[in-house]
Ligand binder design. Structure first.
Ligand code: F3S
Length: 298
């Protein structure tokens, strides 16, 4: 059995930065509260909890001597205001790529433009982006939802919208949606805000899954970018989403000649290694066939 690990598997820049910020605070002996889970990975969350990190739903729950950490997804303006009002220490780990979207939509709204956001309405990143739009703002997660929205807003170019995407939005769905927008408006302002890390991870996962008999996608079940990787790979071969090595579907993988592995942006390297070690143990001679993906279409 050949095992190929995607190069892009694991922590992205923004998640890594957020975790380092929390570790930095803990290293200084600070009490830390994160506004929502800092990462969609239950194992990492359990480790942080064991070190005293508390997850809070609102700034109101933070003790006066603790530091609140805003996670990489970012938050709406109203939450930033609530933190300021409480006068508690705050470390903002909003990913700079997400912060850039906040600026774009905030500027567009202040010019009176309608903002269209490609993304999952219930995702905290999208909630945060919406929270920086003071004017008309609509969220769509696919072409069908976009068409419904376009039926209800003006189609003249004077009111052409500003369009952005959740950083982890599907690249292919984004392209479909842009075609529709461009048919309706000649001068919509379109910002391709899908994160490069996401785009690379998805395209590598797609090419890897095309040449494998099965794919293992490692990541939290609550992680949207992990779910997208599973969907992308699932189009090409049998794909299994697992959170830890214990969940490896060993029976289903029996007989597979080539297995690909990728992992979501919030999957620590230690868990990827555990999965690899377990697969190597069950695969006689797997050490010789363990490969890092090193070319597109590999
Ligand atoms: Fe930031 Fe991209 Fe990660 S937007 S949080 S680096 S997926």
């Amino acid at each position: 059995m050949k095992i190929i690990v995607a190069r892009s598997a694991g922590f992205c820049f923004g998640v890594n930065r957020a975790i380092e910020m929390v570790n930095g605070l803990l290293g200084k002996g600070k009490k830390v509260c994160t506004l929502g889970p800092i990462i969609h990975n239950p194992q990492t969350l359990a480790q942080l909890e064991a070190r005293g990190v508390k997850i809070v739903e609102s700034p109101d729950e933070v003790p006066p001597d603790a530091t609140i950490v805003i996670r990489s997804h970012g938050v709406p303006n109203t939450v930033q205001d609530a933190i300021l009002a409480r006068k508690i220490d705050c470390v903002d780990a909003t990913c700079p790529f997400v912060a850039k979207i906040h600026k774009i939509v905030s500027n567009a709204a202040s010019e009176g433009r309608t903002v269209l956001i490609a993304g999952d309405c219930s995702h905290p990143e999208v909630q945060g982006i919406k929270g920086h739009c003071s004017g008309n703002c609509y969220v769509f997660k696919n072409a069908e939802e976009l068409r419904n929205i376009l039926q209800n807003i003006p189609h003249d170019n004077k009111n052409a919208p500003c369009v952005v995407a959740q950083t982890t939005f599907s690249v292919s769905e984004w392209e479909n949606c842009l075609k529709i927008i461009k048919r309706v408006y000649t001068n919509a302002t379109i910002f391709d805000t899908i994160c490069n890390a996401t785009a690379m991870r998805q395209s590598e996962a797609a090419s890897l899954s095309r040449c494998c008999d099965a794919m293992i996608v490692i990541g939290g079940r609550q992680s949207s970018n992990t779910a997208k990787l599973r969907d992308v790979c699932g189009k090409n071969c049998n794909t299994y989403l697992i959170e830890t090595a214990d969940e490896l579907p060993l029976a289903a993988l029996k007989g597979a000649e080539c297995i690909g592995i990728t992992a979501g942006a919030s999957t620590p390297a230690s868990i990827i290694k555990e999965v690899l070690d377990t697969m190597s143990e069950i695969n006689e001679g797997a050490g010789q066939n363990l490969t890092e993906n090193n070319a597109e279409g590999n």
